[in-house]
Design a protein around this ligand. Structure first.
Ligand code: SAM
Length: 268
């Protein structure tokens, strides 16, 4: 376990370094199916992205790279970034094992460098923004990594779930952000509930309006925003039905489980 005086960022990095080897073996991620050729992408981001063959994609918070490598299998030239050295090492090993020519870099997505050759598409999906304290710094980095006319695709769990399912997401219970994130000691993970790992983790709540505003403030143009009555994994016990890898309930009233945003950098 980490020291109590660790910064939230360092505590979270330690947590993700611990989760990575557990997730590599977790049925949740089904790495053997990926190695055998299955894609880990969901229809939502695939539809938002459109044709990606030949595009340069930056995949932010790529974890150990299954989605990044799935985009590469569709013909994109992919760079995956994550702040966990363990996740990036695992992603590089998987790329080598599959013979997929993708690039993986360790980086905090709140401190992205401006690349010499910016990307056509920045993609970030499923369990990403809650780990970021500074959304404006993130949005600024997204803009600087897009070529003029390039697009961002964000798909994430809906922040209203904090209020609908109090305590089951981060424990924050409010739709609106708290003045500061409170760390929680956690055992196991969403992908391996019984895993014998324990760590301190910090999450931040961002409203849908806050996410969109951070992108508009950077001059990105909003192209589409959508909310979905299903989830990319059975996040809550009422999500008992699955179609095309998306989980929903036929018993309870539909909640917005995920949302997506597509935004474009202007031509300058
Ligand atoms: C739930 S996973 C990403 C979801 C991905 N679709 C998946 O399931 O494989 C969240 C990822 O965010 C990364 N992460 C958290 N905070 C970060 C930061 N500040 N900069 C870069 N990566 C970060 C973690 O290391 C982790 O790999």
């Amino acid at each position: 376990m980490g020291a109590d005086d660790e910064s939230p960022l360092e505590a979270n990095r330690r947590a993700w370094d611990l989760m990575t080897p557990v997730h590599l073996d977790a049925p949740f991620y089904d790495t053997p199916a990926f190695l055998a050729g299955a894609s880990t992408l969901k229809p939502v981001e695939v539809a938002l992205a459109g044709e990606v063959a030949g595009l340069r994609i930056l995949h932010l918070q790529c974890h150990f790279g299954l989605d990044s490598l799935s985009w590469a299998r569709l013909g994109a030239r992919v760079t995956g970034m994550d702040f966990s050295p363990a996740a990036i090492a695992a992603a590089r090993a998987l790329a080598g094992q599959c013979g997929i020519p993708a690039d993986f870099k360790v980086a905090d997505v709140q401190q992205l460098k401006t690349p010499d050759d910016p990307f056509d598409l920045v993609v970030t999906t499923y369990g990403v923004l809650c780990w970021l304290e500074d959304l404006d710094a993130w949005a600024d980095g997204v803009r600087r990594n897009l070529r003029p006319g390039g697009r961002l695709i964000l798909v994430d769990f809906h922040p209203v779930l904090e209020a609908l399912h109090p305590g089951k997401m981060t424990g924050a219970m409010s739709y609106f952000p708290a003045p500061r994130a409170v760390g929680t000691w956690t055992r196991g993970s969403y992908a391996a509930r019984d895993a014998t790992i324990a760590y301190h983790e910090f999450r931040w709540q961002h409203t849908v309006a806050g996410v969109v505003t951070s992108l508009l403030d950077q001059g990105l143009a909003l192209e589409a925003i959508e909310e979905y009555p299903y989830s990319s994994f059975p996040l809550f016990e009422e999500l008992t039905h699955c179609r095309d890898g998306l989980w929903f309930s036929e018993e309870t009233a539909a909640h917005p489980y995920m949302f997506s945003v597509a935004a474009r950098r202007g031509t300058t």
